[in-house]
Design a protein around this ligand. Structure first.
Ligand SMILES: Cc1cc2nc3c(=O)[nH]c(=O)nc-3n(C[C@H](O)[C@H](O)[C@H](O)COP(=O)(O)O)c2cc1C
Length: 355
């Protein structure tokens, strides 16, 4: 049970949290380009889908070398599927694997995955064991085929090798096989707070790096994250030599540093405060020029990746266009855009007007 790259990060550690539909490859690339966080996570991907060979799930794992260290996140309930996904993620050259035990969305939790695992520690333990087995087997030389990874997945990753970390991503040689660390991201409880008990259980299952969002499943995103509880979990983790990341409602880099100090955690993960704000980790307010350049770069990279419909970019465009004169008009024009070229045209026209 190694902690790999986590032990090499300079504390306090401020990372980009996983967000489904948000921390997609283009956004992660933008964040890494303008204000590098200490670590970043992919969106979560379903292990059962991967085990069935649904290759359209794989682009969520595209990453570029500049995002490192980058951790891939998985969710699901089938232990065998977790095993196969873990072997595949090792092959893809990720720096770590995170297991989602915190998603409150009913279509996921109702199937026993995500935050529902808080109520099913037996299964949580088995999942952790399976992922560790996948990591170990990979380091010991198992092939994707022998691990039972679906043939569609194998052929997709082999065809799209460069999309996973560029040249030094996909592990080609046996000598490059190494043990990568496992981590878990969860919540402070299901319908009631049970954070301390739950953290102790996870630690007893071999978790060496843990993130907790300071809300229960029942709360979804309502109310406020409970930082007192997160502070108690930080103490337990410290006593057990476990790295602890707290999460929830951090609004600025200054706020992040204050909370880390006050609640004694090793670091924090930042989610929603990065929406439209890839500059978060620099703590600087971007100029209008920076903003327009980032929009263009984001659109260009998104189109280069070309695996998602243009529509999915629009939430990012809407988040970027806030807080400057003319933002509302620009946002409205972006909502009509059908392609990157339309976005560029809107920006060019705006730039001409303000000259
Ligand atoms: C749109 C959205 C998608 C999310 N997707 C994931 C996910 O895929 N995996 C995960 O562990 N957490 C996910 N989360 C939870 C965040 O990682 C984080 O725990 C939560 O937003 C609280 O942090 P914040 O207040 O800094 O946003 C998501 C949150 C949002 C808002």
């Amino acid at each position: 049970m190694n902690r790999g790259f986590w032990d090499n990060l300079k504390k306090p550690i401020i990372g980009l949290a996983p967000m489904d539909g948000v921390t997609d490859p283009a956004f992660r690339y933008m964040v890494a380009s303008v204000s590098k966080p200490a670590v970043m996570f992919t969106e979560f991907v379903n292990v059962e889908g991967l085990a069935r060979g649904v290759e359209k799930m794989l682009p969520a794992f595209f990453y570029s070398a500049k995002e490192r260290p980058v951790v891939a996140q998985l969710f699901g309930t089938e232990t065998d599927s977790f095993y196969k996904a873990a072997v595949m993620l090792c092959y893809l050259g990720f720096d770590g694997i995170d297991i989602n035990m915190g998603c409150p969305v009913s279509k996921i939790a109702s199937k026993g995955a995500g935050a529902a695992l808080i109520k099913n520690p037996k299964l949580a333990k088995k999942i952790i064991k399976s992922v560790y087995k996948g990591i170990n087997d990979f380091a010991n030389g198992i092939s994707l085929e022998n691990a039972g990874v679906h043939e569609n997945i194998i052929s997709f990753v082999k065809k799209n090798k460069d999309m996973f970390g560029g040249k030094n991503g996909v592990v080609a040689k046996n000598s490059d096989r190494k043990l990568i660390p496992l981590s878990v991201k969860t919540r402070i409880g299901y319908d009631e707070i049970c954070a301390e008990q739950w953290a102790k259980l996870l630690i007893s299952f071999g978790v060496k790096t843990l993130t907790m969002h300071g809300r229960t499943l029942k709360q979804l995103y309502s109310g406020e994250a409970n930082w007192e509880v997160l502070g108690n979990v930080a103490k337990i983790c410290k006593e057990n030599d476990v790295m602890f990341f707290a999460n929830g409602d951090i609004s600025s880099l200054e706020d992040a540093h204050e909370k880390i100090k006050k609640y004694g955690c090793d670091g924090v993960l930042i989610g929603r405060a990065t929406n439209g704000n890839p500059w978060f980790f620099e703590g600087k307010e971007p100029s209008l020029e920076d903003r327009l350049n980032v929009i263009k770069k984001h659109v260009k990279y998104f189109e280069k990746l070309s695996y998602l419909p243009f529509q999915t970019l629009k939430k990012h465009l809407a988040w970027y266009t806030k807080g400057f004169d003319g933002a509302k008009e620009m946002r409205m024009s972006f909502m009509q855009a059908q392609s990157g070229k339309d976005v560029y045209d809107v920006i060019d026209e705006f730039s001409r007007k303000i000259k």
